[in-house]
Write a protein that binds this ligand. Structure first.
Ligand code: FAD
Length: 427
């Protein structure tokens, strides 16, 4: 096992021009200090700047360095848990509140792209593909459930009709969400960062937050500087480490791997994904893929617990890619990279507040492109005095992983092994 690397990302190689931002030096006063320059942090900063707050963002490395600049780029509505589980475990009122917000992150992304003219290759439509009959039945139920929550943009593709969307023999059917989509995630976060700055916000890069000191004002320290703020927003997600000790122990960083092939010719691309939508399957350890704007197949899958990489990313992903698209078994892979996401035990995001003025949002459990954008809006709302939507999430208990800090990785790996066995046996 090697340490997680972020080099060799297709996104870094195809990113829009972005400024190199200085590190924080000296003392700065502001209304809100945001820790982390990913979707959660930049979305929060942008919503806050739009409301007139003075905002400072501190990012360890560069904007989009974390999962937001490396992910599959799939705009998937809702959360990593189905509404029926939310209903049965947390009650109808919580389910109704979360259900009402389940499509809002998607809408926010589209508004941002339009308002700030962000070039990020947005395409419409995402598919959930069933690998066996049980999963297809789940999709039928999923569709009925979502229609109860007012989402009418789902189309069930039974039998082989999914092949009008996906040129693979692997599936038993699929569910098409016409309102989903895909995009270049790094360019989305970079575009929003530029929007923050256009509204007067300041972003410091290469500024690792070392401590957050609580009090009536929050003091956030880096090696060379300090921000003194009325509020802080912690948005470090799987890359936060132990910087805010109150937030560890109830989440687990996981790694996932992803590759980009060489560009495909037009015919091949059209055979694989004729309508240019993105796909994820329904397995517990799921595969996800789509075409980039320059017709590369971007294919992800695999999970490592504790956030470490396998020795060869290509060796993990190539067999999955070949199972879905046998014709690409020997395709040249130009880029292979990995990223960390943050898993929670109930797979719902964790929103909350520490000591009245340090807000956080984290733990999207693998589906965060839309929920992070919702998180930013809810944090801006709560600071402006409207807390009921933020509280609908914050009131959900943040459960610890069994086995505590030392055993959480082996326990979760064991759980994943069990579920992947069920996937393979079609249970
Ligand atoms: C490979 C991969 C594929 C994925 N695919 C999808 C997908 O297709 N669709 C989907 O919905 N979701 C997907 N996800 C999940 C999604 O990318 C994440 O949920 C989301 O990007 C999380 O955003 P974030 O801003 O909370 O965290 P991040 O993007 O990880 O940002 C956190 C930032 O905080 C910074 N930071 C951390 N600690 C400090 C500190 N002490 N001081 C300063 N800065 C700090 C980090 O450098 C980082 O830039 C994927 C994730 C991965 C890893």
């Amino acid at each position: 096992m090697t340490k997680v690397s972020h080099t060799s990302s297709y996104y870094a190689a195809s990113m829009n021009t972005a400024p190199s931002r200085p590190a924080l030096e000296g003392r700065v006063e502001t209304d809100v200090c945001v820790i982390g320059g990913g979707f959660t942090g930049i979305s929060s900063a942008l919503h806050l700047a739009e409301r007139g707050y003075r905002v400072v963002v501190l990012e360890s490395v560069q904007v989009g360095f974390g999962a937001s600049g490396r992910n599959g780029g799939q705009i998937v509505n809702s959360y990593s848990r189905d509404m029926d589980m939310i209903e049965s475990r947390y009650g109808v009122d919580t389910a109704k509140a979360l259900g009402d917000m389940a499509f809002e992150g998607n809408r926010i992304i589209r508004q941002r792209i339009e308002r700030y003219a962000i070039a990020c290759d947005l395409k419409d439509g995402n598919l959930f593909a069933a690998c066996n009959d049980k999963q297809l039945q789940n999709l039928r139920e999923h569709k009925a459930l979502w229609e109860r929550y007012g989402h009418q943009q789902l189309e069930l593709l039974e039998g082989k009709s999914y092949q009008r969307e996906i040129g693979s023999e692997r599936y038993t059917g699929a569910l098409l969400d016409h309102s989903g989509g895909h995009l270049h995630p790094l360019n989305l976060v970079l575009g929003q960062a530029a929007a923050v700055e256009s509204l007067g916000g300041t972003i410091y890069e290469h500024s690792v937050v070392e401590s957050v000191n609580h009090g009536s004002r929050v003091r956030i320290k880096t090696a060379a500087g300090e921000v003194n703020a009325a509020y802080a927003v912690v948005a470090g997600n799987a890359y936060l480490g132990n910087t805010v000790p109150e937030l560890t122990g109830r989440t687990m960083p996981c790694g996932t791997q992803i590759v980009a092939t060489e560009p495909l010719d037009e015919d091949t691309a059209r055979q694989l994904l004729p309508t240019d939508r993105c796909v994820e399957d329904l397995n517990y350890l799921l595969d996800y893929y789509r075409l980039s704007a320059d017709r590369r197949l971007i294919y992800g899958g695999g999970v490592t617990y504790g956030g470490r990489d396998p020795a060869s990313i290509e060796a993990v992903i190539r067999p999955k890619l070949a199972q879905t698209f046998p014709a690409l078994a020997n395709i040249k892979i130009d880029y292979a990279w990995s990223g960390n996401f943050l898993l929670t035990l109930n797979r719902l995001p964790q929103f909350g507040c520490i000591n009245d003025n340090v807000y956080y949002a984290q733990g999207y459990s693998g589906h965060g492109v839309t929920a992070t954008h919702l998180a930013g809006k809810l944090i801006a709302e709560v600071l402006a005095g409207r807390n009921e939507r933020f509280d609908a999430f914050a009131n959900i208990p943040h459960l610890p992983f069994p086995g505590g800090h030392k055993l959480q990785v082996p326990f979760s790996a064991l759980g994943a092994w069990y579920y992947s066995l069920r996937d393979r046996l079609g249970m």
